[in-house]
Design a protein around this ligand. Structure first.
Ligand code: NAD
Ligand code: UDP
Ligand code: UDP
Length: 311
């Protein structure tokens, strides 16, 4: 019997790659998405597959389906989108988690939460291990996302302790690759689109802030490994690439790889923008036997190829 797997947010960037991988591995996949930031184009190639089913559904409403596993990815992930309707963002993380955990409880399905490095806020400890409790401004403009995701983690662990729901919590660090939304303002997609258009590359602040970027295939591999990890291993577990770059280095790399004549310009840094972020991945190495394989330069080439194909 094929495993029936629900992917919420399955028409998004990460969700569409996940649906594809699960289908390739023989699962029967239900993709639930309200298309807030997702795109039908991300999954149109899957629609002909008899084991792929698409539901237009908002996770803040209950969902009654029979499944063996749930990947809960529904939530806008980029600041421009999660700040567009911040109340809905918190509802999606919190009410969405209650509904999906209620579904997991009833069906006895294993459930994985796509949490985020944003639970660490603007970290005072560098790099960040899972034991770090974070430095989040609860009333800032990123809070709808950060605190929503933190509360979702709380709900996951309370359903685990109170109702014995089988949970897996993954803290995802910045991920990039084909099918990123070109308009969602994330740094990799912004810089590539600007470079390909020959427009100025917009660095926010002085460009010395750092991030570590994980290629999507590596991330999805880690996600599937976490879902299949040993019984009783709940996480939270960091999954991301520990190799750190400044935004200036990223801009220069993208200009070189695209052969663009774009100039770098500096704009003001958004409020609460973290200065640095880098995962400690020892736990993922130990429990999931996972570490990233794709180097930034190679991943950027593939992503540039994708954005070229859109133009
Ligand atoms: P995305 O915006 O491409 O995908 C999110 C998907 O969720 C979209 O298809 C959107 O339409 C859908 N969605 C939003 N609200 C919904 C709702 N109420 N009901 C149903 N569907 C809804 O973003 P992504 O980068 O693919 O992120 C997927 C998940 O991974 C998110 O939960 C995000 O917080 C998490 N994450 C991503 C990153 C990253 O770097 N990409 C980093 C950390 C965490
Ligand atoms: N829920 C759902 N699908 C299900 C079971 C539950 O969407 O198959 C939702 C429902 O809205 C419910 C929530 O999950 O309110 C939490 O379920 P739980 O059983 O934890 O609590 P309840 O509110 O039913 O007491
Ligand atoms: N950033 C930038 N120029 C852009 C978009 C983003 O310099 O056009 C910066 C942003 O201020 C942040 C970093 O790049 O410091 C990563 O931003 P992104 O939104 O991709 O991810 P997050 O801040 O959530 O890690």
């Amino acid at each position: 019997m094929k495993k029936r797997v629900l992917v919420t947010g399955g028409a998004g960037f990460l969700g569409s790659h996940l649906c594809e991988r699960l289908l390739n591995e023989g699962a029967d996949v239900i993709c639930a998405d309200n298309f807030f930031t997702g795109d039908k184009g991300n999954i149109s190639h899957l629609l002909g597959n008899p084991y792929f089913e698409l539901l237009r559904h908002d996770v803040t409403f209950p969902l009654y389906v029979e499944v063996d596993g749930i990947y809960n990815l529904a939530c806008p992930a980029s600041p421009v989108h999660y700040q567009f309707d911040p109340v809905q963002t918190t509802k999606t993380s919190v009410v969405g988690a209650v509904n999906m955990l209620g579904l997991a409880k009833r069906t006895k399905a294993k459930i994985l939460q796509a949490s985020t490095s944003e639970v660490y806020g603007d970290p005072e400890i560098h790099p960040q291990p899972e034991s770090y409790k974070g430095n989040v401004n609860p009333i800032g403009i990123r809070a709808c996302y950060d605190e929503g995701k933190r509360c979702a983690e709380t709900l996951f662990f309370d359903y685990y302790r109170q109702h014995q729901v089988d949970i897996k919590v993954m803290r995802i660090f910045n991920t990039y690759g084909p099918r990123m939304n070109p308009n969602d303002g994330r740094v990799v997609s912004n810089f590539i689109v600007q470079a390909l258009d020959g427009r100025d590359i917009t660095i926010f602040g002085d460009g010395k802030q750092s991030r570590s970027f994980c290629y999507v295939d590596d991330l999805i591999d880690g996600m599937i490994r976490l879902m299949n990890s040993r019984d009783g291993f709940t996480g939270p577990v960091n999954v991301g690439n520990p190799i750190e770059f400044t935004m200036l280095e990223l801009a220069e790399k993208i200009i070189r790889l695209t052969g663009s004549s774009s100039k770098i310009i500096f704009e003001s840094l958004p409020q609460d923008d973290p200065l640095q972020r880098q995962p400690v991945i020892d736990l993922a190495k130990k429990e999931l036997d996972w570490q990233p394989q794709v180097e930034l330069e190679e991943g950027l080439k593939r992503t540039i190829g994708y954005f070229k194909s859109l133009i």
